[in-house]
Write a protein that binds this ligand. Structure first.
Ligand SMILES: *Cc1c(COP(=O)(O)O)cnc(C)c1O
Length: 449
């Protein structure tokens, strides 16, 4: 995590001081280090060199256009899970033949968009999804390239909310149902079944679950090919963990060696879908202390970032390192505090009883390892404009997603025709698209809804 370090007592991202950024863009803000993203990608892709591998960055970890463009320029493909993410990938210049479309609930419109773009493959997770995809492709006179996502029933040994490869999870097709699904797929005219896929979970810190899942996938691949199915691609998903606290996730050499060992002699192109691993440690969230409040039992440090900016602690019990932007002197006393946001929810708590050096109103602190699954999950709950995003490279920085005005947030809403605008509400911003009409009430009257 060398992209963020103290220089002459002040936290920097690469060569940019966070105090100067706080002045320039206000707090809270996300700051990403481009060099850290680039290094993470070249480590990942470099470790797999010599293998017939396509690295498809999982956009859902961080879909900022500038981040995706940074990776696309290095040759990364994209793993998208919605029509919206597909559009980001295309806007960032990801080559269509390096885009895979995953997700358990694709709509017909999203399938059509993927087919129109000419993506590498759809990772399909159920029989009804296969049937719809075939229909959509057939209507266009096309065959959709498909990989079947298998649920290998493997425990990824990660947090239950980010585990996806157990039989009880909604993801993938159960191993024992695969033969029947394949048989059905073969009869569908709009499909070309080209591969198999797994993705067993996120923030994996061991290779053993990968070994178990990949072995099952490869065994199935071999037997289906022996049975005459012309498969040619294996997608190993993402999930490689990062260090938030004291985890020691597998290094890239260990992961790549496992893949080499298991795929020796196998005729298959390989797809990888890393998300968190490429961006997680490349971002921080900088926030300012509003108040320090001494409660009956504990001291609360109330900061100006809220769970609307960073929801990982309440959503996944996530632990983020918190560091003061001014390097604390060696002789100060550290004491346990609760670090909380301003949102009116008790779950708006970033850390409980965390040992920190003394903090006062106006001080800046940073939450580390917030490059993945952080800004991308932001909302404007409590009508709080989500934190802006800044990308740093060397001594340069750019605001790559500005903080919206409250006026912009209000302007997303429109009034129905039976409500007059309030006095002094000011001019509406832009021309809202108003969809309105009068519905006939059915026999069941107003409650029919
Ligand atoms: C979320 C997701 C990924 C990326 O997971 P990470 O843990 O961020 O690497 C890859 N593939 C699929 C199908 C996903 O849903």
């Amino acid at each position: 995590m060398t992209a963020f370090s103290y220089r002459t007592g002040a936290l920097h991202a690469e060569a940019v001081p966070m105090e100067a950024l706080a002045e320039a863009v206000g707090t809270p803000f996300y700051c990403y280090a481009a060099t850290a993203i680039e290094t993470a990608y070249t480590d990942f892709a470099g470790a797999l060199s010599g293998l017939p591998a396509t690295v498809c960055y999982a956009l859902k970890a961080n879909g900022n256009l500038a981040v995706v463009r940074t990776l696309a320029r290095l040759g990364a493909g994209a793993d998208v899970v919605s029509g919206g993410e597909l559009q980001i990938a295309l806007a960032a210049g990801v080559p269509t033949e390096k885009i895979v479309f995953a997700g358990v609930g694709k709509t017909a419109a999203e399938m059509a968009a993927g087919l129109d773009a000419g993506i590498l493959q759809f990772n399909v997770e159920s029989l009804p999804e296969l049937e719809l995809l075939s229909q959509v492709a057939q209507d266009k006179g096309l065959r959709a390239p498909v990989a079947l996502r298998i649920n290998p029933d493997v425990d990824a040994r990660t947090h239950k909310n980010i585990s996806t490869g157990k039989a009880e999870n909604k993801f993938g097709i159960d191993l024992d149902q695969v033969p029947a699904v394949i048989e059905r797929a073969a009869a569908l005219p709009g499909l070309s079944v080209e591969g198999l896929a797994v993705h067993i979970g996120s923030q994996l810190t061991e290779t053993a679950p990968y070994r178990a899942a990949f072995t099952r996938l490869i065994d199935l691949y071999r037997s289906l090919r022996t049975a005459g199915l012309p498969l040619r691609r294996l997608d190993f998903g993402g999930g490689l963990g990062i260090t938030y606290r004291d985890e020691t996730p597998p290094d890239m050499a260990a992961y790549a060696n496992l893949v080499r060992e298991l795929t020796t002699g196998l005729e298959a192109d390989l797809v990888f879908e890393p998300g968190r691993r490429l961006v997680g440690n490349a971002g921080i969230l900088v926030t300012r202390v509003l108040y320090v409040k001494d409660g009956a039992e504990r001291r609360f440090v109330i900061v100006d970032a809220g769970m609307n900016d960073l929801i990982r602690p309440p959503l996944y019990d996530a632990w983020h390192e918190i560091v003061p932007v001014r390097e604390p002197a060696a002789n100060v006393d550290w004491a346990p505090v609760d670090v909380v946001g301003p949102v009116c929810e008790s779950t708006d708590t970033f850390a409980r009883q965390r040992s920190l050096p003394p903090l006062a109103s106006g001080d800046l602190v940073a939450f580390r390892s917030t490059g993945a699954y952080s800004a991308v999950m932001a909302s404007s709950y409590n009508c709080r404009p989500p934190a802006p995003e800044v990308l740093v490279r060397g001594s340069e920085f750019a605001v790559v997603r500005p903080r919206p005005d409250v006026a912009e947030i209000i302007a997303r809403d429109t009034l129905p025709m039976w409500l007059e605008p309030a006095d002094g509400a000011g001019e509406p911003i832009g021309e809202p698209i108003v969809v309105a009409g009068k519905a006939a009430l059915g026999a069941r009257g107003r409650s029919a809804r």
